[in-house]
Design a binder for this molecule. Structure first.
Ligand code: SAM
Length: 282
C-alpha cells in the first residue's frame, strides 16, 4: 500500500477524532461469523464459477458500477467486506485506487492465492479488464478522518446482513463518499420464495450434511449468522437513508439467478444504489 493511503488509516492504537467518522467495533460481527468466513474462505472464489446467484450478482454489480467508473479514471473505490476481493478485482482495472476492507485475514489470503481465477471470472462474466486492489484486514475503524468523503464508489456486497447495525454502517459508509458518489449494496430479499424455502430447509441440510460429512451443506450455515435473519433493517421500503439526509436511494432491483427461465423466476437478492447529494452552491 502506498504512503498516501496509509495516511488515510488509523493504526489500531490510534483514536479516531470524530466518533461519527468511525464505524468501529459496534458494527463488527461476533466471532461465529468470523469463524464461518475463515472456514469458507478457500471455496469462496470457486462459488463465482459454479453458483448462478453469485454470477448474477457479479453481472448486476458490474452494470451498476459502470457509469460511476466511466465518469472518471481517477476514482477511489471502497469494497467494504470484500471477501477475497472479486468486486475489487472488477473495479481495479478502471479505478485509480481500490481498497478491499475485509476483517477476515483468511479471505484476504484466499484472494491473493486466487488472484488469477478472480481475474478470469471477471473477464468472462463482464468483459472488463481486471486489476489489482489493496487488501486491508479490518473494518471501518481502521480508517482515519482523512478518509472522509474520499471515495467515489462504496460497495457493500452481501455484507450488511451480517452486521448488528446495518443502517449505522450505511450512514457511516455514506460519510466516506464524496458528494455525487454512489454506494452499491446487495441484501437478501426476505420475502422471496427462495429465501423462505432456504430458511425452512437450511437447518436440516446443515445438520444432515454434518452427519454425512458433506462440506457443501456446511456452507449453508450462513443462514444462522445473520443477526436479523434475511431482513436487513431499513432495507424494505427504503427511499432515503435514515439519519443521512444527503443519502438517497436512486434505484433498487430484485436479482434473478443467472441462466434459464425457471431460474429467472427465483429472485433471492436485491441490489440497491444509494447516491450522495451534491450540496447546492451558496
Ligand atoms: C458473504 S461475504 C461477501 C464477500 C464479498 N463482498 C463478495 O460478495 O464476494 C461477507 C463478508 O463480510 C465480511 N464482514 C463481516 N462482518 C464485517 C464487518 N463488520 N465489516 C466488514 N466486513 C465484514 C466477512 O468477513 C465476509 O468476507
Amino acid at each position: 500500500m502506498g504512503d498516501e493511503m496509509s495516511s488515510y488509516m488509523c493504526s489500531p492504537a490510534c483514536a479516531v477524532g470524530d466518533p461519527g467518522d468511525a464505524v468501529g467495533s459496534e458494527a463488527r460481527s461476533p466471532g461465529r461469523t468470523d469463524r464461518y468466513f475463515a472456514e469458507v474462505a478457500d471455496t469462496w472464489v470457486d462459488r463465482y464459477t459454479r453458483n448462478p446467484s453469485f454470477q448474477e450478482r457479479l453481472r448486476a454489480v458490474a452494470g451498476a458500477i459502470e457509469p460511476v467508473l466511466a465518469r472518471s479514471a481517477s476514482a477511489w473505490v471502497l469494497d467494504f467486506g470484500g471477501g477475497p476481493g472479486m468486486f475489487s478485482t472488477l473495479c481495479a482495472g478502471r479505478a485509480a485506487f481500490v481498497l478491499n476492507l475485509e476483517p477476515s485475514v483468511d479471505m484476504l489470503q484466499a484472494g491473493v492465492r486466487c488472484a488469477d481465477v478472480m481475474a478470469s471470472v471477471v473477464r468472462q462474466a463482464t468483459g472488463a479488464d481486471p486489476g489489482e486492489s489493496h487488501g486491508v484486514a479490518g473494518s471501518l475503524d481502521v480508517l482515519g478522518p482523512k478518509a472522509r468523503e474520499r471515495f467515489d464508489l462504496v460497495l457493500a456486497i452481501a455484507v450488511l446482513e451480517y452486521l448488528e447495525d446495518p443502517s449505522g454502517a450505511v450512514r457511516r459508509l455514506g460519510g466516506l463518499l464524496r458528494p455525487g458518489g454512489a454506494m452499491v449494496l446487495t441484501v437478501p430479499r426476505s420475502r422471496s420464495w427462495a429465501r423462505r424455502g432456504e430458511r425452512a430447509l437450511a437447518p436440516l441440510v446443515v445438520r444432515a450434511g454434518a452427519l454425512v460429512g458433506w462440506r457443501r451443506a456446511r456452507e449453508r450455515a450462513y443462514t444462522r449468522l445473520r443477526p436479523h435473519g434475511d431482513d436487513v433493517p431499513w432495507a424494505a421500503g427504503l427511499t432515503v437513508v435514515d439519519g443521512g439526509d444527503d443519502l438517497q436511494v436512486e434505484s433498487r432491483r430484485a436479482l434473478a439467478l443467472a441462466g434459464t427461465l425457471p431460474r429467472s423466476l427465483i429472485r433471492p437478492n436485491e441490489i440497491i444504489i444509494v447516491r450522495k447529494a451534491v450540496p447546492p452552491h451558496p
